[in-house]
Design a protein around this ligand. Structure first.
Ligand code: SF4
Length: 126
């Protein structure tokens, strides 16, 4: 059983209650399809520009997370043709923050949760 933590972006926190993320996790689909079984350890919302991200990441690790996933909408946008990661998503600092979380925790950081863009394979910082 892999313990999963999720980091989401504040720019979407009042629009989406992570429904797709939780569905994908519970079914081990999309960004979670490499796990045989997984369970949710916790969720944090990252606030711009992510100054406290190291603290949040360390708390997630202390709660038992084995991997930290970044929500798909952080780096991809919904379009008429589905989700598209070619022009970024809600987070302007996405790459820096993902690298920092990995550096601070040593945990695998997986870029993606639900409704992955067509042809996209989740990147893993490990
Ligand atoms: S990735 Fe999708 S389901 Fe998850 S928070 Fe973003 S919009 Fe909601």
């Amino acid at each position: 059983m892999t313990n999963i933590a999720i980091l989401r972006c504040e720019k979407n926190e009042s629009k989406c209650p992570l429904t797709g993320c939780f569905t994908a996790l519970s079914k081990t689909k999309q960004g979670f399809d490499k796990y045989d079984t997984c369970t949710l350890t916790g969720v944090f919302t990252c606030h711009c520009p992510g100054d406290n991200i190291a603290e949040l990441a360390k708390i997630l690790k202390s709660k038992g997370a084995h991997a930290i996933h970044f929500v798909t909408c952080s780096f991809a946008k919904k379009t008429d043709n589905g989700w598209d990661d070619s022009n970024g998503g809600f987070c302007d600092n996405f790459n820096r923050i993902a690298k920092q979380v990995h550096k601070e925790t040593g945990l695998p950081c997986v870029l993606g949760t639900a409704h992955l863009p067509k042809g996209y394979t989740p990147k893993i910082l490990d």
